[in-house]
Design a protein around this ligand. Structure first.
Ligand SMILES: Cc1cc2nc3c(=O)[nH]c(=O)nc-3n(C[C@H](O)[C@H](O)[C@H](O)COP(=O)(O)OP(=O)(O)OC[C@H]3O[C@@H](n4cnc5c(N)ncnc54)[C@H](O)[C@@H]3O)c2cc1C
Length: 382
């Protein structure tokens, strides 16, 4: 057994870390306050291959592998939760379905520009006002065949990236009577007539990651925009979400790592009762617990990533990793505020932002309850 990163992965980690430290971390506070998307940094990511991390080179990607992708998303999470979420959603939700289910023509037309940085980003729209965890029972957005085209009507909710994306892969009902084969995925360009991208949602955190409601009013897409086989949409979605959990878990490890580092630095310099608070056992225990849980979560995410990269079953490990890493990040960020005392509650200190950013991670891409359901099914063999 070998826990070392390969030479290539270690080099990649160094390059990404140096990049996010210089280009992403310094703007995290400012963009969290303004809600502005960090396009400057995202454009530069293209040069490093960070916009096509899981995309084959022939379609403009860098194809770095799942472990290296997990490392990069962790580093991004360490630097800025909002930017990390935008790139995680772009990579695992917007690009991955095209990589896995797209035709050569679809990949050339839609994937190549967004993976190479010539275009903008990508998004995936599953959730609706009345359907999140229960997509199978709840999705109402539908597509009806009209000659060689499909006409889409409906609405989506809580979608990451549409206003900074070239296309939105959209889950719709194509044959309501077909049970688990009633849904399909379509590639919908963001400039499609009839598609409305509503103003950004006002959220608790992740202010610089754009989240939107969408309305589809007679949005016409050609049959060639159907992704994969008609009726396979739910299956494709579940496969996509399985892998997406690796990036959300990794992002959470990065958020926790940063909250921990901020806490260590603060605890060493803040004095109370004549000595640094780091000398108090209560503070030491919070830091010791954080270090332990971060290490455990990182190992879980690396294992899930490695299983995915080596083509083995990974659903169970990705769900356990996502569950543990996201809940861990919230605990670590919560204690980081505790260690900072009153300053921790101020928006002037990064731990407040990290706490608010981390709070999403137990909800997005499958809530903690849904992860427990997936894990329970596996351990009970049901
Ligand atoms: C910032 C942000 C970004 C997002 N980005 C995207 C995106 O890019 N694309 C996209 O499609 N969606 C996105 N989402 C939506 C997100 O994936 C959903 O919010 C999430 O899946 C939960 O769905 P819901 O909000 O409808 O909650 P519900 O499904 O209504 O769940 C409400 C509560 O009930 C619980 N629950 C539901 N079913 C069960 C069950 N069987 N057993 C136990 N408990 C259960 C849930 O765990 C939760 O606690 C985003 C959300 C946010 C907030």
């Amino acid at each position: 057994m070998n826990f070392d990163l390969t030479e290539e992965q270690a080099m990649w980690q160094k390059i990404v870390h140096n990049f996010v430290e210089a280009e992403v971390k310094p703007k995290a506070h400012e963009i969290s306050e303004s809600g502005e998307f960090n396009w400057d940094a995202v454009h530069k990511m293209a040069q490093l291959g960070m916009l096509g991390m899981m995309v084959p080179e022939e379609y403009g990607g860098a194809d770095v592998g799942t472990v290296a992708m997990s490392i990069a998303i962790e580093e991004l999470g360490w630097a800025c939760g909002s930017t990390a979420l935008a790139i995680a959603a772009h990579t695992e939700l917007g690009c991955a379905p095209l990589v896995n289910f797209g035709t050569d023509a679809q990949k050339k037309k839609f994937l190549q520009p967004v993976a190479s940085g010539e275009g903008r980003l990508a998004a995936l729209a599953l959730t609706e006002p009345g359907a999140g965890s229960d997509l199978k029972g709840g999705v109402k957005t539908k597509a009806v065949k009209d000659g060689d085209d499909w006409i889409i009507n409906g609405s989506k909710m809580w979608i990451t990236n549409p206003s900074v994306a070239d296309y939105i892969i959209t889950l719709v009902r194509t044959d309501p009577a077909a049970g688990s084969r009633s849904m399909s995925l379509f590639i919908v360009p963001t400039d499609s007539p009839g598609l409305t991208i509503h103003p950004p949602e006002k959220k608790m955190g992740l202010h610089a990651s754009q989240t939107h409601a969408l309305t589809y009013e007679n949005v016409r897409v050609p049959a060639e925009n159907l992704l994969g086989e008609e009726g396979r949409g739910l299956h494709q979605t579940l496969e996509t979400l399985d892998a997406g959990r690796i990036s959300i878990g990794s992002l959470s490890v990065g958020l926790a790592q940063r909250a921990f580092e901020e806490s260590v630095a603060y605890a060493k310099q803040r004095e109370a009762f004549g000595k640094p608070i780091a000398a108090q056992q209560a503070i030491q225990w919070m830091l010791a617990d954080a270090a332990t849980e971060i290490a455990a979560a990182r190992l879980m995410m690396r294992q899930a990533a490695w299983l995915h990269e080596t083509g083995r079953p990974f659903t169970h490990q990705a769900a356990m990793g996502k569950l543990f890493a996201t809940e861990m990040a919230e605990r670590v960020a919560r204690n980081a505020i505790q260690i900072h005392g009153g300053y921790g509650y101020s928006r002037e200190y990064p731990v407040e932002r990290i706490y608010c950013d981390a709070r999403l991670m137990t909800v997005g891409e499958g809530t903690s309850e849904i992860q427990r359901l997936v894990i329970a099914r596996a351990v009970l063999n049901m």
